[in-house]
Design a protein around this ligand. Sequence first.
Ligand code: PEP
Ligand code: CO
Length: 458
Amino acid sequence: MTWTPSSWRQRPAKHIPEDYPDPAALAAAEARLAEFPPLVFAGEVRNLKEQLGRVAAGEAFLLQGGDCAESFKEFSADNIRDTLRVMLQMAVVLTYAASKPVVKVGRLAGQFGKPRSSPTETKDGVTLPSYRGDNINGMEFTEEARLPDPERLIKSYSQSASTLNLVRAFSQGGYASLANVHEWMLGFVDRSPLGAQYHEMADKISDALAFMDACGINAGNVPQMAQVEVYTSHEALLLGYEEAMTRVDSTSGDWYDTSAHMLWIGHRTRQVDHAHVEFCKGIKNPIGMKCGPGLEPDELLRTIETLNPNDEPGRITLISRFGADGVEAGLVPLARAVKQSGRTVVWSCDPMHGNTTTMNGFKTRPVDRILTEVRNFIDVLTAEDCVPGGVHFEMTGQDVTECIGGAQAISEADLSSRYHTHCDPRLNGEQALELAFLIADKLLGVKEAKTMTTRVAS
Ligand code: PEP
Ligand code: CO
């Protein structure tokens, strides 16, 4: 079968709604989308792929983060700005610790659709279809809201375009200069109850910047000090939308999904002969794939072969999500198989989706489990002589109370106070930054151990 943007329609597909009341209206919305301008450009996508190629080689580090599900309700300039601010601060800390450039990829400007563990939800004896993301249906628990509505596709395109526009303005317009990000980070260290723990690293970063400034390296003459590059990503779930956004690049003649720079395949839709892998096969964007419990090494290798037959560096990012206690058993066989096959991949760690529990009726995640999973991921891959290339977080810049623990010691009882997520619990701004400092510590430890080994060996 030859690939086309619509060839996925011939394959079994999970988690794509089939209950649109008016299929003609859906087709009309998709046809309108196909006429809309692309959100990203092929050249940018190629740049990201090249940078991910460096991550695979251990020369850069990947930071991917943002909402579990963007929503129409939480859409505001402040929200976008605050998430970006936190990501940039995390990136500075990680850049310092890893001594590598950090490739920044947001889960934003298109991260709407959600695969759900159950197709229905029951409350007080009433059963309705589950909420599936604001681009499909509404969260309100009414029959009407839960019906898929094609107009939501148009609205999510428009929200994605505005979000991306603001991200581009913030990152290129001077707001995100290294000096500003550094100031914000110092503010966090002063505020945090565990700030003393981060002071040493923060001071070293301050010293490094002061030294560069004294050498005449500053935002006035070095563009990298004044601007940042932020890429976008989301789960390629709703393939009708992705198909409509897929265009031929006039420079290369290749197909690109112009809805985001990077797309990923979720844990529930990664079957190698199904629709989602089929769609991703033909687009040239970097592709992520969640790797979690149940994924066999053979199946993973077949998927890599299908998605990246020419072993292009930066094309595949494998996102491990086994839960804090499952990393060793889950990741080792996969890492070994990939290493043995000689395939080039980025290994990244999503420490969120394997650590979800319910407390007081709220879905939550303990910050210490999240940190433990990242530490285990780094240890396991380092021991296997593979590169722990990046991290993938669900986070927001807002002061929400969705994940428990951290320096603010958010407790079970606090969850109800500011629980705003439309889907999974996110790290709040302070928790996310705290984690960046703690992961940075771990990366510094690994770096020191490597230096020691090299010294002993020579
Ligand atoms: C997600 O990233 O929001 C998600 C649904 O993850 P997973 O596919 O790993 O469960
Ligand atoms: Co999620």
